[in-house]
Write a protein that binds this ligand. Structure first.
Ligand code: RB5
Length: 153
């Protein structure tokens, strides 16, 4: 299950992503916003990030004007590794190397076609584990303790 959320600026692109997921029978939960009325992106970033961090959703996709604000908000939730992407290379590597569990997109930055390509490739890429798993473990240590306690160089 994919958690999907946006603010007003991301609303049209979120709808395009919802259509894309529907057409491919990829299950998702649309957490809003549900209108183009101005709203605050941190609320939607938090809602989707909580759905992912709790395990209710496996991954999340967020949209705001830049993808930046909603991504920063999501990254404040423990267990979230949200990446803001404007091209597919970083999106794919964020899955393979960083085990990114959320993707944020900027509706005022990328066009719909590029955004959907990023979504497609991000969803298709798998975490490679190994040395990358050890490094993601170091990130988790920072998140939990504020420092790297063990396993660093
Ligand atoms: C809303 O105007 C805009 O600030 C928001 O969508 C986002 O770009 C913030 O990072």
């Amino acid at each position: 299950m994919i958690a999907l959320a946006s603010d007003h600026a991301g609303f049209p692109l979120k709808n395009a992503i919802a259509q894309y997921l529907t057409a491919r029978e990829i299950p998702f939960s649309d957490l809003g916003t549900h209108t183009g009325e101005r709203c605050d992106y941190p609320e939607y970033g938090l809602m989707a990030a909580t759905a992912v961090a709790s395990g209710r959703c496996e991954k999340g996709i967020l949209v705001c004007g830049t993808g930046v604000g909603i991504g920063i908000a999501a990254n404040k939730v423990k267990g979230i590794r949200c990446v803001t992407c404007t091209e597919p290379y970083s999106a794919v590597l964020s899955r393979k190397h960083n085990d990114a569990n959320m993707l944020s997109l900027g509706a005022r930055v990328v066009g719909e076609g590029l955004a959907l390509m990023i979504v497609e490739q991000w969803l298709a890429a798998d975490f490679e584990g190994g040395r990358h798993g050890q490094r993601v473990g170091l990130i988790t240590q920072i998140e939990q303790t504020g420092e790297i306690v063990s396993g660093g160089r």
